[in-house]
Design a protein around this ligand. Structure first.
Ligand code: B12
Ligand code: SF4
Ligand code: SF4
Length: 354
């Protein structure tokens, strides 16, 4: 994969990986399979379809509902894909008499460039791998083999003059085609980013509470993808459009129960509630303000801070001042205090914090 180490270095040097420090570690292993496992002679790349039955973009208009990225509305693909890789890798090892290793997502492996080199598809301008047959709804996995296998030809790029994915991105996360600044990407901000979400990204988040599918859903190559309902990656109906009001009531145990075995459990309850509260603030639905107000007393500052922001978006200043008198006076966390200041200043810049 010529040029790969340079591209990864440039991406890291620009800081585009944000807080994902693990992306800057083990780069020699990441950019060359033999760096990770010196015995490797061939890499078999696999994609498993998770094509959704409905268009994820339709959900964005239902402001009282939560939008969870299509890949996360189902069983965690790490387990499913790994199981399949082990099965196939076992056959390959038995047939070739040579050892194999299997990887999904978390190892220092660049799965998209490898899948492109293996002929599965090409990296679109949104940087995700697109297959002619399945569109961009594929989850990837790798089998490293010590056997010499006949290579397939790489798939050339078929984006042409299209730029729909670049134009639809709600946060302008693509500095140029084929390059993503993760720090601006809602997938990164809602899943990987640990602290409060910077103010500029909150309104563009809309009702996206875990990941984002906009640049994927708009890609015209998806018209060839078949609904993946029949596979072991079938979507869970209760995660298709859950009411924000229900999600705002999750305590730690209920969060773990609801999202057991799905990728959503990764964020933990507090980070997830942070996202839900931002969606509530964006809902324009004053009835949901009561859910946000209840969380003003939450033990987690991350949750309290976004509860303040949501109340500030949905209620007038007087109502916010009442809530502050009830729940905000003893606040000591600097982030939450800053949110109170902003909420109380929203409609009257002159009023000092009571
Ligand atoms: C880090 C990571 C993220 C980060 C950064 C994403 C990114 N684009 O780098 C964040 C958290 C934002 C993320 C988001 C998502 N992710 Co993710 N992620 C990864 C991970 C772990 C590493 C990706 C990586 O190596 N990035 C580093 C950059 C430098 O590499 P790159 O994206 O290939 O970038 C190339 C281009 O930038 C190009 N390039 C750079 N400059 C230039 C200039 C020119 C002119 C050209 C032509 C090219 C070019 O060269 C680079 C190398 O090929 C992989 C799993 C893995 N181990 O590979 C999953 C993975 C890419 N994610 C995946 C998924 C599903 C998603 C989401 C769709 C989830 C969601 N719905 O929210 C979004 C998609 C957002 C998007 N548009 O990319 C799948 C994608 C499957 C597929 N069909 O490709 C993967 C492969 C996981 C898996 N096992 O299936 N992800
Ligand atoms: S996943 Fe969403 S925020 Fe991230 S690049 Fe794609 S459209 Fe933009
Ligand atoms: S939307 Fe257009 S430019 Fe973007 S990946 Fe798909 S074909 Fe390529």
């Amino acid at each position: 994969m010529p040029g790969l180490p340079e591209r990864l270095s440039a991406w890291l040097a620009a800081g585009a990986h944000g807080e994902m420090a693990w992306m800057a570690e083990r780069t020699a292993e990441r950019t060359a399979p033999a760096g990770l496992w010196p015995e490797v002679r061939s890499v078999v790349m696999l994609g498993l379809s998770y094509a959704p039955g409905t268009n994820p973009l339709d959900l964005l208009a239902r402001r009282d509902r939560a939008a969870i990225a299509a890949y996360a509305q189902r069983r965690d693909y790490h387990e499913v894909v790994k199981g399949k890789l082990k099965e196939l890798g076992g056959l390959l090892a038995a047939r070739s008499g040579r050892p194999v290793k299997v990887f999904v997502d978390t190892a220092p492996v660049m799965e998209k460039p490898l899948a492109e080199a293996a002929g599965l598809g090409w990296q679109g301008k949104h940087t995700v791998l697109i297959s002619r047959e399945h569109g961009n709804w594929l989850l990837l996995g790798a089998i490293y083999s010590a056997a010499e296998l006949e290579p397939d030809a790489p798939e050339p790029e078929h984006c042409g003059t299209c730029r729909r994915c670049l134009d639809i991105c709600p946060t302008a996360a693509f500095p140029e085609p084929f390059r993503l600044d993760a720090r601006r990407c809602l997938s990164y901000l809602t899943i990987e980013h640990a602290g409060p979400i910077p103010a500029e990204f909150r309104a563009p988040m809309g009702n996206r509470v875990f990941g984002c599918d906009d640049c994927l859903a708009i890609c015209p190559w998806n018209k060839f993808a078949q609904d993946a309902r029949a596979t072991r990656l079938a979507a869970r109906d209760d995660l298709a459009a859950p009411p924000l009001a229900d999600l705002a009531r999750l305590d730690d145990a209920a969060f773990r129960r609801l999202f057991a075995g799905t990728p959503v459990k990764r964020t933990g309850r507090d980070r997830f509630l942070r996202n839900v509260l931002i969606a509530i603030g964006n809902s324009g639905d004053r009835a949901l303000a009561a859910e946000a107000a209840r969380l003003l007393d939450d033990p987690a500052p991350l949750v309290r801070g976004m509860a303040v922001w949501a109340c500030g978006r949905l209620l007038d200043r007087n109502a916010c001042a009442d809530l502050h008198a009830r729940s905000g006076r003893g606040e000591a966390d600097p982030h939450v205090l800053a949110e109170w200041r902003a909420a109380l200043a929203t409609r009257d810049e002159e009023t000092p914090l009571p």
